[in-house]
Design a protein around this ligand. Structure first.
Ligand code: ADP
Ligand code: ZN
Ligand code: ZN
Length: 683
């Protein structure tokens, strides 16, 4: 029998530590006060020390989990960071329970790195940056914008805010950002803070600029991964202390404690980068909705191509309507109309290096007129694979079930999944044949092809290879703006954020692949991408045109795109999902296991399934068979997954709460890793 716990005569604190365990730890802290809950501590753990967060100060009559003489002492950090507030605790506790992530991991991940280090660099005390510029005047709202603004204001922005979720649906250029700015203005006027979430801040420096110019003199901080550790900590503190009134950030910023929060905006709410793909796999968009509810404030989700979950919530297609739908129909700038979309049927045409005669002719016309064109291909590198026609050898990654992509620019073969790379062999490694070829095409090859076709043209490639950092991307964008490029070649990176006034032609190549992908979310993503990239054409006085090369011109997705009819596309997709029982008509959790061999991974999942089946009885959760993942091997690990599904979210949550502890008890080889992903986006 373990010894009975002793009553505690001196303060003991309970601490959440960043460890992958669903428990907290007690420490002695002689100087602890009840109001130290929410402060950080430096605590001994294992052979080192860690930073933790105090979740409770135990009174003299409360029982700790160890006898006192077994407890170690921790040092409470009484620095300039105030104790984290109760609503922040509720937020992190919600995430811990909803995503089945250990509370300590959630809490510590929610803090800026600078506050998680045991040896923090000396911080300079700096106020939130206030740059004063030539203020920008707000334009008069269009009737559609005015209506949208009024609807959200009616939820008490700046006065007495209450929880009210809105979907602001409007094509690129319809004036959504202007609506956000008016709402922010109202929130600020009422003494509230506004939180603006954007998918990738390195692609949207324009927004930051625009917000600064609209609100000169107002404390604004950005929070994203490209800031230095010190800057991020400083910005976070400014937000927490209420000095910053506007917070513009990527997904992590949803966890910033904001004392005066009065409005949340999630721009491009459909964007997959709101989803965290490792650690706690959360959706910042969904957490934002919870946060708005918890704090009782309005939230606006904005998009030209809303996620189908959000669309269903706003239209009530097959589920209860939870959000108010606000629609902006026209482009705010009346001169800029939506570009016509033309499908180029490539079935009967012999393409010239992947380009149709019609697209080449259209590019030629733009060159003659001195206008810009964009050729979209969502695949970087020179070619997706190098192959030997004589023996069938292809360049495969040794560590993944994937091909090595040929990068001619720096003469490498590179795996886009694990980062493995190699030089380019002179001859086939298998048969010695010297005549090995690249197959298929990526942006680098397209760039080369176009340069050969149009030797006079200035061609600029924009993808993650040419724009690795925000700085590089900004430099490229500046060049484009200055008219220093005639033809842009790029991936979806080009589709986001920027207005290029002289761009009048968008050519789309290689889009068909996503039409028949095994991933049932692929059409949703493709439609969003094509709408976005198409929206780049003709935003100012010059009318634009979108040309899509396809072998499936009759496909309904392209039809909807031609009509600019997101609603029709969404309705047909939702109908399919409804009959297949996919989200949003069901809720899903993925259990994944990875190990050096596939056998143990599948075995682990089989045991998990058996335990789950016992728990569930004939209950509301459907457990599928464990299967290898589509890309089964990555970085030398075999990966398998098991899907759990239910039509009831509460039932699934209740099931998970019981299932997860059982999963921890399954005996597995030491090199096996597993995780749960709630509301998975990828299969
Ligand atoms: P979105 O965020 O939907 O892409 P924006 O708010 O960026 O749209 O607006 C697109 C363009 O129209 C911008 O150049 C913006 O300055 C301009 N604009 C927005 N609202 C108005 C308005 N009411 N009157 C005139 N121009 C406007
Ligand atoms: Zn060969
Ligand atoms: Zn690899």
């Amino acid at each position: 029998m373990p010894p009975a716990p002793l009553p505690i005569p001196m303060p003991v604190i309970r601490v959440a530590l960043d460890v992958p365990l669903h428990r907290q730890f007690d420490y002695l802290a002689p100087d602890a006060q009840p109001d130290d809950v929410g402060r950080r501590v430096r605590a001994p753990f294992g052979r080192g020390t860690r930073i933790g967060v105090i979740t409770a100060v135990l009174g003299a009559d409360e029982e700790g989990d160890l006898p006192l003489d077994k407890l170690k002492a921790a040092e409470i950090l009484r620095d300039d960071v105030p104790p984290l507030p109760p609503d922040w605790f509720r937020l992190t506790e919600f995430c811990s329970s909803y995503y089945q992530a250990p509370i300590g991991e959630v809490m510590l991940a929610a803090l800026p790195v600078g506050l998680r280090r045991t040896d923090p660099p000396k911080a300079r005390a700096v106020k939130a940056k206030v740059k004063v510029e030539a203020p920008q005047v707000a334009p008069e709202l269009t009737p559609g914008q005015a209506e949208a603004v009024a609807a959200v204001l009616a939820a008490g922005v700046g006065t007495a805010p209450r929880f009210a979720p809105f979907l602001l649906y409007g094509i690129t250029g319809s004036g959504k950002t202007e609506v956000y700015l008016r709402l922010v203005e109202a929130a600020l006027a009422g003494g509230h803070q506004a939180l603006l979430l954007v998918p990738e801040i390195n692609l949207t420096p324009q927004l930051e600029e625009r917000v600064r110019r609209r609100f000169p003199g107002v404390g604004l901080v950005s929070l994203h991964s490209e800031l230095t550790e010190a800057a991020r900590t400083r910005h976070w503190k400014a937000a927490f202390k209420g000095e910053a009134r506007i917070v513009l950030g990527t997904r992590l910023s949803i966890f910033t404690p904001l004392p005066d929060l009065g409005l949340i905006v999630v721009d491009e709410e459909h964007d997959p980068s709101f989803k965290q793909q490792d650690g706690m796999r959360y959706s910042a968009r969904d957490v934002a909705v919870f946060r708005a509810w918890q704090r009782g404030v309005p939230i606006v989700l904005g998009s030209a191509t809303p996620s189908l979950e959000t669309w269903a919530n706003a239209t009530g297609e097959g589920i209860p309507r939870r959000y108010t739908l606000l629609t902006l129909v026209d482009r705010a700038n009346a001169a800029a109309s939506l570009p016509p979309v033309r499908l180029l049927d490539t079935r009967r045409e012999k393409l010239q290096d992947g380009l149709s005669a019609a697209l080449l002719a259209a590019l030629q016309v733009r060159l003659e007129r001195g206008e810009q064109s964009l050729v979209f291909l969502n695949r970087r590198g020179y070619a997706p694979v190098l192959a030997c026609p004589s023996c069938g050898w292809i360049s495969r990654c040794r560590r993944c079930a994937a091909n090595l992509v040929l990068h001619l620019a720096d003469r490498r073969l590179r795996c886009h999944h694990c980062g493995f790379e190699n030089g380019i062999p002179r001859a086939c490694p298998s048969c010695g044949n010297q005549d090995i070829h690249p197959f298929g095409r990526g942006t680098q090859r397209l760039e080369t092809t176009l340069q050969e076709r149009f030797p006079e043209a200035r061609i600029l490639r924009v993808d993650r290879d040419s724009a690795k950092s925000r700085k590089q991307w900004e430099a490229l964008a500046e060049k484009i703006h200055a008219g220093e490029a005639d033809i842009l070649v790029g991936t979806q990176m080009l589709a986001k954020g920027h207005d290029f006034p002289r761009l009048t032609l968008v050519g789309v190549t290689g889009a068909d692949a996503a039409l028949f992908a095994a991933d049932w979310r692929a059409p949703e993503r493709l439609f969003a991408q094509l709408m976005q990239v198409g929206g780049r054409a003709g935003r100012a006085e010059l009318p634009g045109e979108v040309l899509i090369q396809t072998e499936h011109p009759e496909h309904p997705l392209y039809g909807a795109l031609q009509q600019h009819d997101f609603a029709a596309f969404a309705a047909s997709q939702l109908e399919e999902r409804r009959s297949a029982g996919f989200p949003p008509y069901s809720y899903q959790v993925m259990l994944r296991a990875e190990a050096p061999e596939m056998g143990p991974a599948l075995e682990y999942l089989a045991q998990a399934r058996a335990l789950g089946a016992d728990l569930n009885g004939n209950g509301p959760v459907l457990l599928y068979d464990p299967v290898p993942m589509r890309m089964a091997r990555r970085a030398n690990l075999e990966r398998a997954q098991l899907l759990a599904e239910s039509t009831s979210r509460p039932a699934l949550q209740a099931f998970l709460a019981e299932w997860r502890p059982l999963l921890e008890g399954i005996k597995a080889p030491s090199r096996l890793r597993w995780h749960l992903e709630v509301d998975p986006l990828e299969f």
